[in-house]
Each structure stands twice: as C-alpha cells, then as structure tokens.
Write a new protein. Structure first.
Length: 208
C-alpha cells in the first residue's frame, strides 16, 4: 500500500507563500493555503514562511488564527519556520519589538534581524544535518539562534564570514526552523527534509 500523501499547509498571511506551495507540490505533497482556523484544522503540518514577524502575529489575530496556531504547534503539529517563521516559533527573542508575541514551541533564543538590514542580505551555502551536500541559503534580514535548550538539535551553522559558527537551522521533535529562505534557493531538499519529518510523525502516530 502506498504511503499516504502528506497534507501540508502554508500560512498565507505574508511572505513567499507561492514558492513554498510549489516546492511542496514538486515533492508530491498536498499543499494548501492556510488563513483561517478551519483551513488550519484541515492540514497535518504547516510551513510558516518569512515576512515581518510582528505583522504576521497581528494578521493572525485579525483572522482569529493566533490561538489555534499556538494550540496546534504546542500539541505536536509538524511545523517548518523559515526566517520570520523561526522568530515566531522561538520561545525567547532578543531585539524584539515592544510587546512582540510568538507562537513558541522551540526551546531557543532567537535574535531578530541578526544579520542586519535589507541591504545586508546575502546568499551562501549551509551544510545541514540530514541533507547530503550543502544547500543554497538566502538570508534576508535574517535571524540567528543565540542559544538552544537541551532538547534542540542544531542542524546547521554559518561556515564562513563574520557570522562564522552562528546557528541557522534547528530541530526540536516535529519542529524545524531555518534562518534562511529555502524556497528561494532553487533547491527543495529542506522541504524534502520537512516532508519526511511529517511522514515520520504520522507513522509514529498511527503506531502509538
């Protein structure tokens, strides 16, 4: 019997929604837009794309989506956060906007806009645990992870330059986050890593 096709949503409040949907569909996933609670309830996993993290929280509250998002993330829904999505998944923030909220779930401390302003955006390659060979990484006003809790696996670090050694990819259980935009690099391997995580989580749920 073929494995079930994973149903993965992309939070469509802001950011590179179409690019994430396209990457997931190329990998054989059923990818859906998520803007409302009923759409969130219909998916088994979620991608939280880049954008402006404070704006995304405000829009999520406007669409009555903020608390359902928190509940699903904290109940174990596989979630991939990229750039601002990493910020939203972090339990703790440095350089946060006044009163800034997150979804939480990742036992990490993340520094917003750590790599600098928009003009400091750059491209590089990052070696990721679980992925064969370096992946292209596009950093746009990107965060980095300052510190991780005991249950967090560091998947990737900056390999050169002034940010040498900074953590830019992490995983904690069903949660995966990158500082960079994998949907912009023309390489689907980060999405493939997430797809496989979603499938593994679903198998564990069926066997428990």
């Amino acid at each position: 019997m073929p494995a079930p096709v994973p149903v993965i949503g992309v939070l469509a409040l802001q950011g590179d929604v179409r690019e994430h949907l396209a990457a997931l569909r190329r990998l054989g996933c059923e990818a859906r837009v998520v803007r409302r609670p009923e759409e969130l309830a219909a998916v088994e996993a979620l991608v939280v794309p880049g954008g402006e993290s404070t704006t995304m929280v405000r829009l999520a509250r406007t669409f009555d989506l903020l608390e359902p998002l928190r509940e699903r993330v904290h109940s174990g829904m596989p979630t991939l956060g990229t750039c601002a999505g990493m910020v939203l998944l972090a339990n703790r923030l440095l350089d946060a906007a006044p009163g800034q909220e997150t979804l939480g779930g990742l036992d990490v401390t993340v520094r917003r806009n750590a790599f600098g302003r928009q003009v400091a955006s750059f491209e590089d390659e990052v070696e990721l645990t679980g992925v064969a060979g370096p992946v292209p990484a596009v950093f746009i006003r990107a965060p980095w992870v300052e510190s991780v809790g005991d249950g967090v696996e560091v998947l990737g670090r900056v390999a050169r330059g002034p940010a040498l050694g900074r953590i830019v990819a992490v995983r904690q259980g069903p949660l995966l986050a990158t500082s960079f935009h994998p949907e912009m690099g023309g390489d689907d391997r980060v999405h493939e890593l997430f797809r496989d995580l979603v499938s593994a989580t679903a198998r564990e749920g069926r066997n428990s």
